[in-house]
Design a binder for this molecule. Structure first.
Ligand SMILES: [Zn+2]
Length: 169
């Protein structure tokens, strides 16, 4: 599938000033999620813009694809998320076999790399925190459980109820 961004301008990656002066273009290929069970390759026409600010050290820059793909990734963010989810659920070989049946083939080693990669979705800031007791052994040993109440997720389990952990950060 071929596509191209439609924005009239792009921000310079050095000075952040928008430019409309197109210098050229190149094709960037990105693997994407499957369509009707078939692997999809996006060919995106990326424009290279000329920065018009004389003081800027960058003469030309390529437009980015925020929310679609990071540089220099060869897959869309959503395909990377799908692979990461499959890898977390099934791990290496079973995950690679399942991914192939879903039309998003990936090798076992790349799937494991997706799970361990540092570009995993960042944890959003917690706005509503719950702090409560949590029983390691009911009646005798308690820890502390921290929950994000908005997302209904456990953030951490602390080994005891001491306030020292909070002061240590
Ligand atoms: Zn610039």
């Amino acid at each position: 599938m071929r596509a191209q961004p439609t924005a009239k301008s792009a921000r310079c990656t050095a000075c952040r000033i928008p430019s409309r002066r197109v210098h050229g273009f190149y094709w960037r290929s990105l693997g994407d999620v499957a369509c009707f069970g078939r692997p999809i390759l996006l060919l995106i026409r990326i424009r290279r813009f000329r920065c018009t600010i004389p003081e800027c050290p960058r003469r030309t820059f390529a437009e980015t694809l925020p929310g679609v793909a990071r540089l220099p990734a060869r897959q869309t963010d959503r395909l990377r998320s799908v692979h990461r989810a499959i890898g977390l659920a099934l791990s290496g070989n079973p995950g690679a076999r399942h991914a192939a049946t879903l039309g998003v083939p990936i090798s076992r080693s790349t799937l494991l790399h997706r799970v361990c990669s540092s570009d995993a979705d960042p944890i959003p800031p917690v706005r509503v925190l719950s702090v409560d007791d949590w029983a390691w052994l009911k009646g005798s040993s308690y820890g502390t459980i921290l929950c994000d109440l908005e997302r209904r997720r456990v953030i951490d389990l602390l080994p005891d109820r001491s306030a020292d952990l909070w002061r240590r950060g």
